[in-house]
Design a protein around this ligand. Sequence first.
Ligand code: NAD
Length: 370
Amino acid sequence: MSHRVTLIPGDGIGREVSLAAKRCIAATGVKIEWEEQIAGAEAMKKFGTVLPTQVLDSISKNKVAIKGPITTPVGKGFRSVNVQLRLSLDLYACLRPCKFYKGVKSRYQDLDLVVVRENTEDLYAGIEFSQGLKRTKDIIEQIEKLSGSTIKRDSAIGIKPISVSASKRIARFAFDYAVKNKRKKVTAVHKANIMKETDGLFLKMAREVAKDYEGKIEFEDRIVDNMCMQLVQKPELYDVLVLPNLYGDILSDLCAGLVGGLGIAAGGNIGDHIALFEPVHGSAPKYAGLNKVNPAAAILSGVLMLRYLNEIDAADRLERAVASVIAQGKDVTYDLKPDRNDPTAVGTSQMADAIIKALETSTSLFGKLS
Ligand code: NAD
């Protein structure tokens, strides 16, 4: 069976790592018809918008997409393509596995955590009112009237919506993920002791959903500041974490750091019917076109995509091939060498070649055995 997948290569180092991922996915033998779409700076030049409608149409039609990083210009007038994609396609769950691979410089060995971040609401949804505007002052006055609290007149305002529906569906996503992937525990992370209404609601909904999984998946909750300390001191105690958008954004990078950083951190943004996979790292413009950066995060995002497409065997084989190349430590990029200036470090495409070779070797061994 062939799958149709939208490919958005991205910019900066995006094209290089996306091409590496595409080649490695092809080497698994899974048949994919790629529909390439451009977004970001290149689309801005060509179509006058960073996210042309045909990109959204293509993803909505194919239901699955893989994407390289896209540069978000600093300053006014640009809304991040990533945020726009998540909101327009209602990709409400951000999935970030944080797994230790032997050979990666990491403070912790054998770590295997999954972060599930709510993607659509919270402070991160970016509903903000600029300091000094009349409507901001009007809002301040209204809030003061309704809440009885005082807000400084020279404030900017950000809104933190947390809903029953979004909290329930992200909790359900985390529990379903735990069941499907034979995980043991879900931990809800919040600051409900202070934000009793918003985070309190998130926690209440997580507790409600947890009841449906009693006896199958353990449930607990942690206050976000305590969670940060625990993740640094004893991360092995945790399994699947579920968080509102902003804490999820911060803690998923913290967890990526626990297992060796951006070079290997893969992710997916998943809705009820559509999923978009992408490495966690950005477009690292200073390395663009140098064939230098690590393609593993993009390739492991491809592994997540293959799992989503139910190509489990191909996903497992590709993940093992990535793991074996990293463990051998020979054909790896500079960031995976003990010394970043190691002259034996290979380029992006050469590391992809080594992964393809490892994949073919294990495939032919498997073929001989069967
Ligand atoms: P970045 O992740 O692009 O780069 C930070 C540093 O991390 C790099 O300088 C490099 O040293 C290292 N790094 C990143 N990816 C690597 C890889 N594959 N292999 C080895 N080292 C790697 O973060 P940034 O500099 O903060 O952001 C650059 C641009 O990317 C910004 O415009 C930002 O908005 C955008 N961004 C996009 C996405 C996305 O599209 N999903 C995500 C994050 C940042």
